[in-house]
Design a protein around this ligand. Sequence first.
Ligand code: NAD
Length: 447
Amino acid sequence: MKITVVGTGYVGLVTGTCFAETGNTVTCVDIDTNKITKLMSGEITIYEPGLEKIFLRNLKEERLLFTTSLAEGIKDSPIIFLALPTPPGEDGSADLKYVLGVAEELGKLIEPGDYKIIVDKSTVPVGTSEKVREAILQSAAKNSKGKNIEQSFDVVSNPEFLREGVAVEDFMKPDRVVVGTHSEKAKKLMNQLFAPFVRQGNPVIFMDERSAELTKYAANSFLATKISFMNEVAQLCELMGADVDMVRRGMGSDERIGKRFLFPGIGYGGSCFPKDVQALVKSSQEVNYDFRILNAVMDVNNKQKLHLLPKLRKYFKGQLKGKHFAVWGLAFKPNTDDIREAPALEMIHALLEEGATVTAFDPEAMHNVRTLLGDKIEFAESQYAALKGADALIIATEWNEFRTPDFLKIVSSLKNKAIFDGRNLFDVAAIRELGFHYVSIGRADAN
Ligand code: NAD
């Protein structure tokens, strides 16, 4: 099949590459000329484990093509995926300008009789499929007299559930594929397209467009709720002298609860959870519904991002001014270079505001933070180089390579034997034995 993917970011590039890997010819479109030039020349633009190898293979086989021209990209292609940004607008609702902008362009390009399905992979509020359809029709009517394309396209909702860091695996073997459409024709094509990805029997769940759109927000909001819930349990553990690791294990072995997403920390970040929870709250308000739980989820998360700060102040007797900190981890989670809404950044801003200085290390995300913060902080070449002369180590992202560090090297570089761990990487008793002042989340050490 010939497929087009419009928007070649984290979702678009993974989607395009994985569809090419199953034999389709995929053209990825993006307005970012620099990005397209790099991709055309074989330079991958995001860090995602396993992606580069299949990207290069499919580029070489000419099953993966890139262009900045939408007209060229959709030529002869019956399926057009939209993987465009839907960032929060000023009021917190999802900004649809990218999605509707492309819809308008498509209205000029779709020809009567040349059937296409427009598949929305972006995370969008309920009712967006109808808006996209309307935008296409209006633009077609405005731009070419008499052109009737009403029967020439369907708009389908196909929310994406991939996780950055394991995106290729998630895309190639999804737990489920959700497809929202009323069109039998679109259903048939989507079934065909996704068949190679669900060979193990995972379902392609068909539903109406509105339910599909809401499914994505509900899923992300539920996961964010789990995290905030555990962060509140961790707070209680600190106040009551319980250990959140034990509580987590005790809870998670109940099959109704499950083991995943029960890890406390310094809050969730990333390009999805914060914006999606906020957007669902906003959408709820628009239908006069107050989604109370989600307001609390956001509130807990905002506070959690700075959970370590009072503990740092306490250790340094109220004075962070003039202190120098090593920060391990900048990405919002391990195995990605994505720093959108990363808790590490919030922490760093707070430290700088209090007059402290920071040297940071992250295995993949430093280039992005450098663009954002310039020389406001220093960057180290290795996790150990970051420690040199620092008053304490702060851990903000649970990269695997931070899990079993050389503690002797840590001791020899830090001014104080102090670690503030926002991701609970180390065994409390073991690290205490080494003589560290060790602060983590919701465990016996934390006060
Ligand atoms: P991104 O910012 O990484 O990528 C979006 C791309 O679209 C950029 O390369 C941008 O240049 C391009 N673009 C913008 N306007 C364009 C236009 N008019 N024509 C062509 N290209 C254009 O975003 P992302 O993280 O890939 O997210 C895309 C959507 O998928 C969002 O709605 C997001 O919520 C959703 N989503 C993201 C993830 C994730 O883990 N990142 C997971 C599931 C769903």
